[in-house]
Design a protein around this ligand. Structure first.
Ligand code: ZN
Length: 293
């Protein structure tokens, strides 16, 4: 089978053909520009490659309700040009089933199908990069709900060591994304995460916010595994031990399971070399085709 996969990001679009075993071939990347132009490039790519289905893991917010008149659309995205653009409709002409979900649901699906979360039925994937989002697999199903989870915008207490007075999200003074995404780190310290090196003050504040968010997700979603990805997690060697330590402190032994007793295996990094979104997109396509693995 030839699964078409599209990881639709706010800055770039990554396409590939994925086979039954999860091997990626024929990767193609193009910048996310004017919607009409970009979608035409993507359509032509897939039209030339005889795919059996297409899966799209898309930046959002997006409308995932198949009975909605705006199903397949990007909705209130900060990328204004893409608002109300119907991404699914743009590929109807291919004549193959098209699956559509959030970029982070793609990542959780990729990791639980091919990666470190293989076989785990309750998993939360968190991307911490230019923005923050969560993908949730609950009892083996991707969680959508009313819209889809927007776990990057949960409200957090401010760290007493944070030199900023508020986060940078225009909607919320103290949401996770506004306090802990890459641009917030840069705003707080005046340098990019890369330039900040291993400074403890920098990564202690970051770990404080990540750990607070993970505690809230633990209490509400009860995952068996947390997987963290995105650009900020390239600092995982410094950051992850701090996150686990702060998480343990905040949990204060309230929940005692085999997972919370072994945080090195409970809170982990993505395992698929940043291909988790693309592989998840392929799985979203396979699900649209109605063929289970
Ligand atoms: Zn926010």
């Amino acid at each position: 089978m030839r699964l078409g996969a599209l990881e639709a990001g706010g800055t770039k679009m990554v396409c590939a053909i994925v086979d039954d075993e999860g091997h990626i071939s024929d990767r193609f990347t193009t910048p996310t520009e004017d919607p009409e132009k970009t979608l035409k490039i993507l359509y032509d790519y897939f039209a030339e490659r005889q795919i059996d289905c297409l899966g799209i893991a898309c930046f959002g917010p997006i409308d995932l309700h198949e009975d909605s008149p705006t199903y397949g659309c990007v909705t209130t995205s900060p990328k204004v040009a893409w608002r109300n653009v119907n991404v699914v409709k743009a590929f109807e002409g291919l004549g193959v089933p098209v699956g559509f979900d959030t970029d982070v649901n793609g990542s959780v699906l990729g990791e639980t199908t091919y990666g470190i979360g293989r076989g785990v039925k309750n998993c939360v994937y968190i991307t911490i990069g230019t923005g923050i989002g969560i993908g949730v697999l609950s009892e083996g199903r991707l969680l959508h709900g009313m819209l889809h989870p927007e776990g990057g915008h949960i409200l957090l207490p401010m760290s007493p060591d944070d030199p900023m007075e508020r986060g940078i999200c225009p909607n919320h003074p103290n949401c996770f994304e506004g306090l802990a995404a890459g641009p917030s780190i840069e705003k707080r310290w005046g340098k990019s995460a890369k330039e900040l090196g291993d400074r403890d003050d920098v990564w202690d504040v970051e770990a404080f916010y990540i750990a607070n968010a993970l505690v809230s997700y633990t209490m509400t979603l009860s995952p068996e595994l947390f997987i963290l990805g995105g650009g900020v997690m390239h600092k995982a060697d410094v950051l992850l031990p701090k996150v686990r330590a702060k998480y343990a402190e905040l949990m204060n032994n309230y929940i005692q399971t085999k997972q919370t007793a072994d945080l090195e295996h409970y809170i982990v990094c993505q395992s698929l070399d940043d291909n988790q979104g693309l592989l998840g997109a392929a799985e979203i396509g396979r699900m649209a085709l109605g063929k289970a693995r």
